[in-house]
Design a protein around this ligand. Structure first.
Ligand code: FAD
Length: 303
């Protein structure tokens, strides 16, 4: 019997679904189902839900799924969708407070509105605050944790804990609790430097224009598939191997940006995308001697 159907949850105010197609919740528009899928009404409700879940239940927190692929075989556990379009960041004692489900570009816009600088880079990262913290998302010289003051995490018991920056091991597209513990991001406060809103809005406009020019934003994709190796660019290596435009099933290496894999018709299977990722890794290693590491997170049952 599917465990997802056996629990009688009490007092929940959010939305619970079963066998939810994760292609609806990831920007690649591909992949399998999650056994259980929960959209909490708010953080209290999320706590209530987590408290009632079996301790051993695998958990996947999802923001906008812009860095995520769930294999076609699906995720045998519970996916929690943090993103909600109603969520807004707000000013709190000179800091910006945002729940994990707030879309990151909203933080950039609120900062500019209040004449703070340093969050402009978030305007072009199409994910949520929780995903930006988990990935230490960044671009154009800025990284999420550069501007974090402190965060709130939530554990399996639904307990919210305030945590300082030095309680995490932070690096390039990497963030892990230190010491290791099972918890997820619930919210963050950002500290920014005083600046000029007009200038920040100009920077945001310029960064977005640069993205439109260089990235295949009109096609389903998950941003940069591979991390840049030290002192080089994954896109340069992939292009040098002649892989631009190379495809499998419905997925192909973008012609516009070689570190992007696109799913133009939304018809690719997660297995097409994963095969293409592994093929790129093989060819780049054979031709360039470089091992490319994925930046995107792939999970679910291995077929
Ligand atoms: C067009 C495009 C451009 C992009 N450009 C950039 C870029 O310039 N720089 C960059 O760094 N990234 C970029 N990305 C990748 C992606 O947008 C970022 O990594 C983003 O921060 C992911 O946020 P998300 O909410 O979509 O996370 P998801 O994709 O939903 O999740 C990513 C990972 O974070 C975990 N996670 C999500 N929420 C939480 C939480 N609350 N607590 C703990 N873990 C959580 C997930 O379990 C998963 O492991 C781009 C993606 C696209 C599609």
């Amino acid at each position: 019997m599917n465990m997802a159907e056996t629990i009688q949850f009490q007092r929940l105010r959010g939305e619970l679904r079963h066998d939810e197609p994760m292609c609806r919740h990831v920007s690649w528009r591909a992949g399998g189902t999650a056994d259980r899928f929960y959209v909490p009404a708010d953080l209290d409700d999320l706590g209530e839900f987590l408290r009632q879940l079996p301790r051993e239940e695998p958990l996947l927190f999802v923001g906008l799924g812009s860095n995520l692929l769930v294999r076609d075989t699906g995720f045998r556990g519970t996916a929690v969708l943090t993103h909600a379009s109603r969520l807004r960041p707000r000013m709190e004692s000179g800091l910006i407070y945002a729940e994990a489900g707030v879309a990151s570009p909203k933080v950039a816009r609120l900062a500019a509105k209040h004449d703070f600088e340093g969050a402009e880079f978030l305007a072009g990262i199409p994910g949520c605050v929780g995903g930006a913290l988990a990935m230490n998302a960044g671009c154009y010289g800025g990284e999420t944790w550069d501007i974090v003051e402190r965060v709130v995490t939530i554990d399996r018991g639904g307990k919210l804990v305030m945590r300082a920056k030095d309680e995490f091991d932070i690096g390039y597209r990497h963030c892990a609790p230190k010491p290791a513990r099972e918890e997820w991001f619930a919210a963050a406060w950002f500290r920014l430097e005083p600046g000029d809103g007009e200038t920040s809005r100009g920077v945001i406009k310029e960064l977005l224009a640069r993205r439109i020019e260089t990235q295949p934003l009109s096609l389903p994709n998950a941003g940069s598939v591979f991390r840049n190796p030290p002192r080089d660019h994954a896109a340069r290596l992939i292009e040098a191997c002649g892989l631009k435009g190379f495809g499998r099933g419905g997925a192909r290496v973008s012609e516009k940006h070689a570190n992007f894999i696109v799913n133009p018709q939304g018809a690719a299977k997660a297995s097409d995308i994963e095969w293409l990722i592994q093929h790129i890794q093989r060819i780049v290693y054979q031709m360039q001697g470089v091992v490319l590491q994925t930046e995107v997170r792939i999970l679910g049952e291995t077929p």
